[in-house]
Design a protein around this ligand. Sequence first.
Ligand SMILES: Nc1nc2c(ncn2[C@@H]2O[C@H](COP(=O)(O)OP(=O)(O)OP(=O)(O)O)[C@@H](O)[C@H]2O)c(=O)[nH]1
Ligand SMILES: [Mg+2]
Ligand SMILES: [Zn+2]
Length: 313
Amino acid sequence: MEIGKILRLNGGIYTVEIGSETVLCSAKGRFRHCDIVPTVGDEVEILREEGKSSEESGGVIASVLPRKNILIRPPLANLDMIFVVASVKSPDPSLLALDKLLSVACHNGIRAVLVFTKKELDPEGAEKLCDTYRKAGFSAEAVTCEDPEEIASLLIPYIKDRSVCALAGASGVGKSTLIQLLFPQIQTETGDLSEKTRRGRHTTRQSILYPIPLPKGRGSVYVADTPGFSLLDFDKFFFMEKEDLPLSFPEFRDRLGQCKYTKCSHRKEDGCQILEAVRRGIIPQSRHDSYTALYEELSKTKSWELDKKRTRK
Ligand SMILES: Nc1nc2c(ncn2[C@@H]2O[C@H](COP(=O)(O)OP(=O)(O)OP(=O)(O)O)[C@@H](O)[C@H]2O)c(=O)[nH]1
Ligand SMILES: [Mg+2]
Ligand SMILES: [Zn+2]
């Protein structure tokens, strides 16, 4: 049995990196009756199929090794960090979608760094967005594809040796463009937003993990390009119990447990320390607005629904 890493999934066929080769693998019916779905980023055990070259289906995924973490949307396993990408304009950022993604990352123990793209379209707006998120305790950078050197100098330091990182965000914000500018040896699909559908014409359709060799045989880092979500899809995606939500807002954490009521939901209660921090401008208003919206969304989700959605592919 050999161990490999899933780099992509296309039409039911997995591309698995085993040492220095890539092998196409199927998962057969093995996983149909359990909650585990082999996912890009997974470490897997592979059974080679005799008599077939690696370009054909060269193996079968026999098992998925224990995961550090797993995201359902975008579907990715074992992430060390995530660049949460939004454009300052075209498309306009949805802070709610951004905050939801940040919440999902924090909940799963994945470091999140914000990247605001297309800053040349609104430099002031870009700075304001960075300020908001830095105030909330995140790292945030504003970039433009017109300055690839700046992109590299700002973003590369976040990518640690041998780590797995992903770019995620709405469709058309420039995730594939960023990867292309950071790592010119990689061919990603990038495209204009079509006027009609507001989706990228060469939109990324699946999560793909690109291995990027480090110099002097130090191994690789892995960078994942992910399909941009349309906001409608993302709205329907539930992700945790509402009781866990406050913990997934890093700027809330120090104040939790200090409210007047132990069961404070931090929305409108008297003596709420979170609300007090919002009033004093310490916690950005937009972050609290997102918190309230997500809390209400999660309140409508029954836990059996959450389980179903959590295990759904
Ligand atoms: N003005 C401007 N346009 C940019 C910038 N970065 C990317 N774009 C354009 O934005 C469009 C979408 O870029 P992509 O990289 O395909 O976006 P994506 O996030 O990968 O989109 P999906 O694959 O659909 O999720 C392309 O036309 C890019 O040329 C930028 O800094 N400024
Ligand atoms: Mg893309
Ligand atoms: Zn409170």
